[in-house]
Design a binder for this molecule. Structure first.
Ligand SMILES: *Cc1c(COP(=O)(O)O)cnc(C)c1O
Length: 236
């Protein structure tokens, strides 16, 4: 299944992603929260406003923020407003942040990101040593051929981005649970002493320690659905 996904969803779009860099999971809701297991508590975190609530709430639960105020805003979170004024694409912060959550096509606004918008984020992240947590749960609904489906379509993304994908929205796996997370082997973060740490190794350890995989029957069903979508794509 991972080989099929690497070929159809990534390599076919020019993304140099290998089957080993794909981790099958029980949901991207789960993984966008679980991913915090491999990061420390002192990171500067940016989220958009409004946002898919999981990114914020899991940081609050992990103790990564200060207290919340009456408006529901938490200390220590850098909120990036997305409004009609900025065409529902967050402005890149002028200061350095360590973790940035991006979701395109966006929940809740529906906005999509162009390659040049994502390129600006990738360049910012590589320049600042930041990690982009890219949620592509709705990528299957992109019909415009110029829009990127994966952040790895952007040069430089393999050294700064983790991508989350879900089969819940495009293939009805919301109840049976099947999703995937891509952690490139080239991706590193900084340890407290400034040394580089391979995030693939940390996530592999986390995944193997706290998760035992998606059931075989669900993976078989998912593989069939990929094959069916491939046949559909080649017909049209
Ligand atoms: C639905 C949704 C998910 C969660 O999908 P699961 O794989 O079912 O956990 C993740 N991110 C966004 C933005 C969503 O809307």
């Amino acid at each position: 299944m991972r080989e099929k996904i690497a070929a159809s969803d990534f390599q076919a779009r020019g993304c140099d992603i290998d089957a080993e860099e794909i981790f099958i999971s029980d949901g991207s809701k789960c993984d966008t929260g679980n991913i915090l297991d491999i990061f420390g508590h002192d990171n500067a975190i940016a989220i958009t406003d409004p946002v898919y609530p999981v990114y914020l709430d899991t940081n609050v639960m992990a103790g990564n923020t200060g207290p919340g105020n009456d408006a529901g805003k938490y200390e220590g979170i850098r909120y990036l407003p997305i409004t009609a004024d900025n065409n529902f694409t967050a402005e890149i912060p002028s200061e350095k942040v360590d973790l940035i959550y991006l979701c395109f096509p966006n929940n809740p606004t529906g906005a999509t990101a162009t390659k040049s918008h994502l390129k600006a984020w990738v360049d910012y992240a590589n320049a600042n040593g930041s990690i982009v947590l890219f949620d592509a749960a709705y990528e299957a609904f992109i019909t415009d051929a110029d829009l990127p489906h994966s952040i790895y379509e952007i040069d430089g993304a393999k050294s700064c981005a983790i991508e989350f994908r879900s089969f819940s929205k495009n293939a009805g796996f919301t109840g049976t649970r099947c999703a995937l997370t891509v952690v490139p082997k080239a991706l590193t973060g900084k340890a407290a002493d400034g040394s580089d740490v391979e995030l693939w190794k940390l996530w592999n350890r986390r995944h193997c320690t706290k998760f035992n995989g998606v059931s075989y029957i669900v993976q078989r069903g998912q593989k069939r659905s990929i094959l069916k979508q491939d046949r559909h794509k080649s017909k049209h």
